[in-house]
Write a protein of this length. Sequence first.
Length: 286
Amino acid sequence: MPELPEAEVVRRGVDRAARGRTVTALLLGRDRATRRDPDPASLPALVTGRRVESVDRVGKVLVVDLWAGPGARPDGVERDVLVVHLGMSGQLRTARTGDDRPAHTHVVWVLDDGTELRFVDPRTFGHVARSTAPPGGRPAALAHLGPDALDELDPAALAAAFAGRRVAVKARLLDQTAVAGLGNIYADEVLFRAGISPLRAAGSVRTVEVDRLAAAIPEVLTAAIAAGGSTLGDGGYVDVDGRTGRYQAEHRVHARAGQACPDCAAPITRVRLGGRTASWCPRCQR
DNA sequence: AAGCACACCTGCTAGC
DNA sequence: TGCTAGCAGGTGTGCT
């Protein structure tokens, strides 16, 4: 479910709830949620007693920075972090300690103020794992990700990601090693706003088109964050307080096959592309 | 070696 | 009403 805007809305909620708090216990449920960690059994000992210094984001992945305290962390020290990937169906939810936990709660951070943070993930494509990060840098576990679509992408970086690639431009946008943060919803939306067909070979996109796309990406992502993200029909995405997003009302093409294009009124088409569904306007997008 | 299919899961919906 | 097939926001692996 969550793409960059949803991850960012969740990040802000986790930051509000957990930054500065000390973790008094880490409870692990289903093993699969920690399958990417080198030694899941030792995670509670690693995390318990640590203070949440910051909650960051790279692409769709959240980074919870933990410091053993008690004082401020000195500069220049390698950081222990937990990376949290929400996968298709993952949620992070805050609640009072003692409240009933929903089904599919796989990881619980018990905090020192009587609240807890829960990782809930029915489809179990998400995960929680430890990593380490250099001062001010990215965790080692996220080294493979390309530039963050909101914070690190510029026209030159996007052009470099496309150069010489014969793969469809939408598939390239979904490749997290090329650009980190776009998923199926926002890839459809940014291509529409840039007037580019999702089926075009990435390497065939001209400079002027790359520039339009590089401008559309932060515009769409910023607007989506401001609207609290996108919650599609199944209601799967909610923020830490259980609130749904509102950006789905602004979608121009995603999941609107058969409806009229908002710009030209031609019917929006859906095609199968790399095992996913792409929605686009064949008249506006060339 | 880029690009592709597939596996990994659960839940919901559309259709019979 | 009840069953089943198909589909869903993602990504790591292994094949060609």
